[in-house]
Ligand binder design. Structure first.
Ligand code: FES
Ligand code: MG
Length: 600
């Protein structure tokens, strides 16, 4: 940093530098009057003409934090340090808000906003005089929305995570945000805690500014931004209130100016190799089931071929090395102190599991960034050879119920194994009867009275991108109270066309495509039907004769197909007309036709 700071601060703004994109606004040779007009309104809050017309890089700070987005709210403070870094390096910062996304309180679901935030960010980056951008990321969907926009625009871009919250505690027990909800729900359903205690327990998980302190979707997506090379090494996991967080905000500001000077763009960083590195890293950290959706979406916008078979073939055989909730016990403070992602990647590099030469935002390779940075804390980051779990990646499932769905294997517990995977002849398959819910409302209405026992598969449909606009995070369902009171020690398996919270530990088969609302076979499933799940063969099949399947399909189509909930806002309707399936990243089909739109 010292070297970079000195170099950049003394930078001569000379005419032999490459023409900046902002020149088309502020230094036009062909139309001096338009340049004067483009400059004038930025002067009214105190910028000077000299600053704007001196050919200095104009750097956007895309701020996803606001009171409406509490997980990212601390970015309103961090942005000041980003700005100081940009200024020190000779750039001019122009900060602006992105469309806010709050995972936990946005109704019906925050995923709906990922594509909206993406679209608006592309529009802003395209339409205004930015030479580069610092993307302030954090809460679940804010990170992929930013990466998708960076991919489409393809101007120099770097991510800065807001950082996880401090650890939560109840007495001396660690309380992970999000993760505690599933536990609290079960205790409440079993009658062990009352309403007040439920509130207390859940809210102990959020003790400071920052995003979820577990390995939920926020920690995952920011780790993947770093693994891709789009954030400075070692920065994803720094807790939000730590001094290192504000320090890396400053360094990120310095770095983006250097990236503009060397024209280091997303297309130089987010290559196929980088995406493969991110898939490997995702398994090792126990990353969220939302990661394949978002990473496939970023790749689509970048024009890199990546699909769910890549996730299975590249990621499945990697071990789970990080002992952080929901797959483990620790929270992000321990994980940061243990070395964070560089410590995990150092080991993956030793094992030959990474593309060592992949370029990152600081101009160095992944290898140069992480080599030798092994952990000192083997309780939090386990060795590749004695991990938490072997073969811990996602399985890409298919069968007669759907064409594509994924299963997160790192959360299959030993207790679950004993009940469902007990057959010695075929220890990776099970058959069980289903109870089928149409969306979360139907689940809440019927879960206590439906015919559910210790060996039931809970099915959720009508919860995909079309069925429940944006795809609800509801596939991870809790067993009914009467079972929990008896002391059920494992989560019932769930299958569905919606998503699952990254903080959930349910053994679920989710993101099923085609979804029920697209008249996939989930739409013809009935309570009591038997399913066979075969993990080795990667299949989920309805144990129904072909004639019965054909008969039910005919009946479904005769009745006009599966009826999803109606759209309640104009954007929900727009989303449904434009979106692709979860298996392909749920991107807007027409948006991916626009690539590298800012190329000079
Ligand atoms: Fe925002 Fe978890 S709800 S990070
Ligand atoms: Mg979530």
């Amino acid at each position: 940093t010292k070297e970079l700071e000195a170099k950049l601060a003394n930078l001569e703004i000379s005419s032999d530098k490459p023409t900046l994109r902002s020149t088309k606004w502020f230094n036009r040779d062909d139309d001096k009057a338009m340049s004067a007009l483009y400059v004038d309104r930025y002067l009214n809050y105190g910028l000077t003409r000299e600053e704007l017309m001196s050919n200095r890089p104009i750097i956007g700070i895309a701020n996803s934090g606001s009171d409406l987005a509490p997980c990212n709210q601390y970015h309103t403070t961090l942005a000041k340090r980003v700005r100081e870094g940009i200024r020190t390096a000779g750039g001019i910062a122009i900060e602006f808000p992105t469309h806010p996304i709050q995972e936990s309180s946005r109704r019906p679901t925050a995923t709906l906003d990922r594509n909206l935030s993406y679209l608006t960010l592309v529009e802003l980056l395209y339409a205004y005089p930015f030479d580069g951008v610092v993307l302030l990321t954090g809460c679940d969907k804010t990170t992929p929305a930013c990466l998708m926009a960076a991919a489409t625009m393809n101007i120099p871009a770097i991510c800065l995570n807001v950082g996880p919250m401090l650890n939560g505690y109840s007495k001396n027990d660690k309380i992970g945000s999000g993760t505690v909800l599933w536990k609290a729900r079960e205790l409440h359903a079993a009658g062990s805690i009352d309403d007040d205690e439920l509130n207390d327990l859940v809210q102990k998980g959020t003790p400071s500014v920052g995003h979820c302190n577990t390995m939920g979707t926020a920690s995952t997506m920011n780790a993947l931004a770093e693994a891709l090379g789009m954030a400075l090494p070692g920065t994803a996991t720094i807790p939000a209130p730590y001094r290192e967080r504000a320090q890396c905000a400053y360094k990120t500001g310095l770095q983006i100016v250097e990236m503009v000077q060397n024209d280091r763009k997303p297309s130089d960083i987010m290559t196929r190799q980088a995406f493969e590195n991110a898939i490997v890293a995702n398994t090792a950290i126990g990353g969220s089931t939302n990661a394949p959706i978002h990473l496939c979406a970023v790749a689509k916008h970048m024009g890199v071929k990546l699909d769910l078979d890549d996730w299975d073939s590249i990621g499945y055989h990697i071990p789970l090395m990080v002992n952080v909730q929901p797959a483990g016990e620790m929270l992000c403070e321990e994980y940061f102190r243990a070395g964070g992602l560089p410590a995990v990647m150092a080991e993956l590099l030793d094992q030959g599991k990474l593309h060592a030469s992949a370029l990152t935002c600081n101009g160095k390779s992944i290898e140069a960034n992480v080599k030798g940075q092994h952990t000192w804390d083997r309780r939090t980051i386990l060795a590749y050879d004695s991990p938490m779990k072997k073969d811990a990646g996602f399985l890409h499932m298919t069968g007669n119920l759907f064409d594509s769905a994924i299963m997160k294997t790192s959360v299959i517990s030993d207790e679950f194994r004993k009940v469902f995977l007990e057959d010695p002849k075929d220890p990776n398959a099970f058959e069980a009867q289903t109870v089928v819910f149409d969306g979360p409302e139907d689940y809440y209405k019927r879960v206590e009275t439906a015919n559910i026992d210790e060996r039931t598969i809970l099915v959720m449909r009508g919860a995909g991108p079309l069925g429940y606009p944006g795809a609800a995070e509801v596939v991870n369902m809790t067993a009914p109270g009467h079972l929990l009171k008896k002391g059920l020690k494992y989560s019932l398996p769930c299958v569905g066309d919606g998503r699952q919270s990254g903080t959930s530990g349910s053994p679920s088969i989710l993101n099923a495509s085609p979804e029920a609302a697209e008249n996939g076979n989930l739409a013809i499933l009935k309570d009591g039907d038997m399913l066979r799940v075969d993990l080795n063969k990667r299949r989920v099949d309805m144990l129904l004769p072909a004639e019965e399947i054909a008969r039910r399909r005919e009946e479904l189509m005769k009745n006009g197909g599966y009826k999803p909930v109606p759209s309640h806002t104009p954007y929900q309707d727009f989303f449904r007309r434009e979106t692709g399936p979860l298996s392909e990243g749920m991107v807007f089909k027409r948006a991916v036709q626009f690539q590298r739109v800012a190329q000079k």
